[in-house]
Design a binder for this molecule. Sequence first.
Ligand SMILES: Cc1ncc(C[n+]2csc(CCOP(=O)(O)OP(=O)(O)O)c2C)c(N)n1
Length: 377
Amino acid sequence: MISADAFLRPARARGFDFYTGVPCSFLTPLINRVISEPALDYVGAASEGEAVAIAAGAWLAGRKTVVMGQNSGLGNMVNPLTSLNFPFRIPTLMMITWRGQPGLADEPQHELMGEITASLLALIGVGHAAFPKRDGDVEAALEAAERAMAADDLPFALVLEKGAVRDDGLEQPERVPPPRGERTELSRGGARAARVAVLERFLALVPEPAAVIATTGKSGRELFTLADRPQQLYQVGSMGCAAAMGLGVALNTERPVVVIDGDGALLMKLGTLATIGACAPRNLVHLVLDNGVHDSTGGQATVSASVDFADAALSCGYAAGIACDELAGFERAFAQALAGPKPCLVHMRIKPGSVANLGRPTIKPKDVARRFRAFLA
Ligand SMILES: Cc1ncc(C[n+]2csc(CCOP(=O)(O)OP(=O)(O)O)c2C)c(N)n1
């Protein structure tokens, strides 16, 4: 057994000072120490997959990151680990607990994941090793993890057994909810615009220094086709993770950050609204292009017709929420979002459909990530 500081201090000396994750009782001593230590940043995520995406954003903005979670939450991480970190080659150190370790008496829900934790990590291409059990082993464990991440630019996991770290208590500030943000209603109920027309207006209005993250599917493909720029990142996979990545970026840059989301994608990870509301980055604009369907996969309806994303964002702590439709409404809404209090969500209702023979980003995700990172540096 080691103390949390015996690990966290040398990790910090190596630059690992951005932590995000979801608690597990095996992780309690480490997470509590991270939260209690003012020199370390910690973002409590709504899900472990969200944490992976937040960390990816923080890495793009130059941080060395650690994702913490239960092996049960490894299931939640599989999507971003395989379709975000892998194609974009984004490393992060992971601390994964080993509930259900064979031979350990544990709850039935951990039995299967306990058996397959190591093989699942291997299967998805995440290198892993045991979390150090003695103070004297910490440096070597960190060195090996850093070497592995430098070799393949991929995440590396340290797997924590029960009782690996001593509990030293928790000091955390009380969360004071912000006053409710302001709603602006700009919807006129007129003809809905096509996504590509909105993106054209977006490109005309977005300030040069702003970093832009586009959700998976046709949003990113249309944006790329209209204008490929180094400050744009197209999330080719990891559906629902654009906002979490945007949060990770926004918390670590002074630049404006704009996330272009889809209704289907946002509904997939709605919890991220609450994480963004709680972290309250003052530079984040969350633009939701709501066509009411999964347009990229053939137009199957989402449930967004009964969802007011501006109200949802305000209920989750955003400083502003704007509802709009029509191109003129979008222009006003986006200008207000850029100039006004943030985080701000702009809910723009659009019509389904895309352009014929739409292309895909021809630049590789790995290069998109490095170009974007250089832009932010
Ligand atoms: C986890 C996951 N599930 C499903 C898909 C397949 N998929 C790709 S884009 C898409 C639709 C996204 O819908 P929305 O966010 O509303 O954007 P739109 O296509 O309408 O622009 C789906 C279901 C995926 N890429 N990843």
